[in-house]
Design a binder for this molecule. Structure first.
Ligand code: ADP
Length: 494
């Protein structure tokens, strides 16, 4: 029996409501599958609207007492949880790899990244400030303070099972909000393990309430329509985000939306190609391409196109694909069969519209949801994968400019292509010219830009998008503000 299986056999698989583990009211359970092997890892409680109601009632009942706790005590809970996560890093990583497929080395990276949100917000909990000024006529004080928004609905995706949870739970705990949390149905085990860790770290009963379900519309819909939840923090598809925004309007809830992306990755004529290759390997291949920040459209100036394409296909072609729990694996299984179907269809469409397959492109037979690292070049900007999140290990190269000149018209052309999307999460650009970097960064319609780097995510930075990529920011100094309301008190100066 593997270490992952041992850990999983000990994880509580029921709902966590008011500090108690309890099965779904209707007794239903669903299977959690290992995408690399097809094996069933566990069966977890399958909640319905009645379970959701109990969980939210618990959050509502505990809100006032939790808000009254000291910032330092909330900070210490987060810091202890950070330490427990780091102490148990290997174990948590093995559970993540088992339920979603990423290679162990990447899962360990996510453990460190995810834990860091707790350390960051442990530090922020004791620094919630306010403001104190005087009206223009000198007659009144303006006292501005911050209060927790109240019970929060947290809904997370499967691609970063730990970090997407800690990025929301961390600031909610720091701010003094109670929570109802629904992790993705494909990866509930990491979230349940995280819940145990928070309890061990001293989180009081009823502050975090967790419901797992295969019917997210019913569970989250119950929370959104209740009037008891004051905020929703969602990470997932733009499609579901729009449904939730509509529901939030019903009771004017605060919203944070981290939705899809369609990141442009721009390699200018003056870029250092080797650096751009290192960058694109991270921006494309982190999590097997299953990230909203993944480089979806790789625009390469024609003067460096051949060198870039050759070097990229050499790197992509040498990656070792397989079960992420085995040593030396660099590319694991995609999360489910549907993901492989989608990538296969997108590649076929691009090829049909004239793209050339430089490496990969063949779906393998056998068990597990695998797709090989693939490089396509001469992709037509009209191809479906230019307008869809690929969410797989497929690098799509679109040439721009001419093979001789490198001028402002080329920058204009690539900006037009890059901004031709309703999404606006992140963009990457590689150039050695700092003025060009400033110009392009300013003109890219995105919330985040990586200049000569393929990785922007960091707990200390404000993560988030514009346009249809979302609302609000997670992490950084701004992250906690999403969980705080402002209260202004007027007081005459005697
Ligand atoms: P992804 O493509 O990452 O699976 P989804 O938006 O479908 O994106 O899923 C992200 C999260 O949203 C998951 O936890 C999922 O269960 C949840 N979800 C899916 N549909 C709904 C819905 N109608 N209402 C609320 N949450 C939903």
């Amino acid at each position: 029996i593997s270490p992952a299986a041992q850990t999983i056999s000990r994880i509580h698989t029921d709902h966590f409501i008011g500090g108690r583990w309890e099965p779904a009211g209707a007794g239903a359970r669903f299977d959690v599958e290992n995408p690399a092997t097809g094996e069933t890892l566990a069966q977890v409680a399958d909640g319905d609207a009645a379970d959701a109601r109990r969980a939210l009632q618990s959050a509502a009942d505990h809100q006032a007492a939790w808000a009254a706790t000291s910032p330092r005590s909330r900070s210490e809970i987060l810091y202890r949880a950070y330490q427990i996560i780091m102490d148990r890093a290997d174990e948590i990583a093995s559970v993540m790899t088992a339920e979603m497929g990423k290679p162990l080395a990447e899962a360990r990276g996510e453990v460190a990244y995810g834990a860091e949100f707790f350390r960051w917000f442990a530090e922020e909990a004791v620094r919630i400030g306010g403001d104190h000024t005087v009206t223009g006529d000198g007659a009144n004080r303006i006292v501005v303070s911050k209060q927790p928004v109240g019970p929060c609905v947290l809904v997370t995706p499967w691609n970063f099972p730990l970090a997407m949870g800690t990025r929301k739970i961390g600031p909610a705990v720091a701010a003094g909000c109670t929570m109802v949390f629904k992790p993705a149905e494909l990866t509930p085990l990491t979230a349940l393990l995280l819940t145990e860790i928070l309890t061990e770290a001293g989180l009081p009963d009823g502050v975090l309430n967790v419901v797992t379900t295969t019917d997210p519309g019913a569970v989250v819909g119950e929370w959104m329509g209740s009037g008891q939840a004051r905020k929703i923090s969602f990470t997932g598809s733009t499609e579901v985000g729009k449904i939730l925004l509509g529901q939030a309007a019903g009771t004017v809830m605060r919203t944070s939306m981290e939705l899809g992306g369609n990141a442009p990755f721009i390699v200018c004529a003056d870029a250092t190609v080797d650096r751009a290759i290192d960058g694109v390997m991270v921006a494309k291949m982190r999590n097997m391409g299953q990230a909203c920040t993944a480089a979806n459209r790789i625009f390469v100036h024609r003067s460096v196109l051949d060198e870039f394409t050759d070097k990229l296909s050499a790197r992509m072609g040498s990656l070792v694909v397989g079960d992420g729990s085995h040593d030396g694996i660099q590319v694991g299984a995609l999360v489910e069969g549907k993901a492989v179907d989608k990538v296969t269809t997108l590649v076929a469409d691009a090829v049909q519209r004239g793209a050339r397959v430089v490496c990969g492109g063949e779906r393998p037979d056998g068990a597990g949801h695998f797709y090989p690292p693939t490089v396509l070049t001469d992709v037509d900007p009209a191809a479906d994968l230019m307008h869809t999140e690929i969410f797989g290990p497929v690098a799509a190269i679109i040439p721009f400019g001419t093979d001789r000149a490198d001028d402002a018209a080329d920058d204009e052309e690539v900006l037009r292509l890059a901004n031709d999307t309703p999404w606006g999460l992140v963009g990457y650009l590689f150039t050695q010219d700092i003025d060009r970097a400033d110009r392009l960064s300013a003109a890219l319609e995105v919330g985040m830009v990586g200049v000569n780097t393929g990785l922007v995510s960091n707990p200390a930075a404000p993560f988030g998008g514009i346009k249809e990529s979302g609302l609000g920011r997670e992490g950084g100094r701004l992250g906690i503000e999403e969980f705080l309301d402002i209260k202004y008190v007027a007081r005459p100066i005697a």
